[in-house]
Design a protein around this ligand. Structure first.
Ligand code: ACO
Length: 323
């Protein structure tokens, strides 16, 4: 069986950390409100002049080092982002340039917070079809640049960062233990577009715009959609929730993560949570959480890992990986 095996994981977080208490100096909010409603304590914020492709390139370098590879080994770069440096070209081609890769191909994926799961599924299909052999799959965001810093209902929720993995084509022989991406499921429903969106863009206002969110509506849809797609993904691969070693969800909100974990019947110890220290970094949140759990030794070779995300669109999806 041809599989896309995960060879390395890496991440990058901007140096600047902003705590809830610091935010409370400029917007009418409190550490207590934020921690209680969403479980966030602090977030990283990119410096002036630090762009999404810079964060992405740093995360990519760290994933390549972790894989023991160089950029010469890579023939595909996929960047999941909602906050590219420019309207065009893609952040992925800028990352390609910054890493000194002059072969292969690179492109962005836009599925907001679900972007990394979409990117894993996409790269997996390019690898399985034979169009690529080794892919750098990156989730990177400077989401802080889409925020209205006077709107307390949104500005407290997000942060900046990047995470990356290296995926490699491997022919897993009969009788060998299976590994790599086993299956993925992607979903979207554009009827919900205005429940979570940015009111700008090249074709509408010609400005970048700011995040608008119907928070309670997003919350209402999140847990059900997440659990549905997780069950569908497990069923596709012939597994059940009990087989999972780790659940690595999109880190939007501790209450959504806890709600989905409880509905799935997953013990809390199997759920990787980093929303407290990263906040919601959109497409970067899943690979950032992955790199924490791989880095501290929780996720090990042979473990069955479910990645999951849901975001604007709505888009949602899950990917089941034998590590
Ligand atoms: N600090 C203090 N008070 C606040 C803040 C804040 N930062 N933000 C809102 N409030 C106030 C509101 O103004 C409101 O006050 P009022 O009752 O006087 O009008 C009160 O808190 C309650 O507001 P609600 O919006 O009803 O609060 P709710 O309990 O629904 O919590 C929240 C809001 C946390 C956003 C919740 O709806 C939620 O978690 N939604 C999910 C959204 C999410 O996680 N989005 C992330 C992106 S989506 C994704 O990635 C899946």
């Amino acid at each position: 069986t041809i599989r896309s095996v995960i060879r390395g994981v890496g991440s990058y977080l901007p140096a600047k950390v902003v705590t809830n208490a610091e935010l409370a100096k400029t917007v009418d909010t409190s550490d207590e409100w934020i921690q209680q409603r969403v479980g966030i304590k602090e977030r990283h914020i990119a410096a002036d002049g630090e762009f999404t492709s810079d964060l992405a390139a740093e995360a990519a370098r760290s994933a390549l080092a972790n894989a023991g590879m160089t950029i010469e080994d890579i023939d595909l770069i996929v960047v999941a982002t909602t906050t590219p440096d420019y309207t065009f070209p893609s952040a992925a081609t800028l990352v390609q340039m910054k890493l000194g890769m002059h072969h292969g191909f690179a492109f962005d994926i836009q599925a907001v917070c679900s972007g990394f799961v979409y990117a894993v599924a996409t790269a997996d299909n390019y690898i399985k079809s034979g169009m690529a052999r080794r892919a750098l799959v990156i989730g990177a965001e400077t989401f802080s640049r889409l925020l209205d810093w006077t709107d307390r209902t949104t500005c407290v929720l997000f942060g900046d960062g990047a995470g990356a993995i290296v995926m490699e084509r491997v022919d897993v022989a009969e009788g060998e233990p299976d590994r790599g991406v086993l299956t993925s499921a992607l979903r979207s429903d554009g009827r919900h577009w205005d429940k979570l969106y940015v009111d700008g863009g090249p074709s509408t206002t010609g400005t970048t715009g700011h995040v608008h969110m119907q928070g309670p509506e997003v919350f209402r849809h999140a847990v059900g959609k997440i659990t549905d797609v997780v069950y569908a993904t497990l069923e596709q691969a012939g597994y059940t929730v009990d087989d999972l070693d780790w659940f690595v969800p999109h880190q939007a909100n501790k209450r959504i993560i806890d709600g989905a974990g409880a509905k799935l019947g997953l013990p809390a110890e199997k759920v990787v949570t980093t929303v407290d220290i990263h906040a919601n970094t959109s497409a970067a949140s899943v690979p950032l959480a992955l790199s924490v759990a791989v880095g501290d030794g929780r996720i090990k070779a042979g473990d069955l890992v479910m990645l999951e995300a849901m975001g604007g669109g709505f888009t949602w999806g899950a990917s089941l990986i034998r590590w």
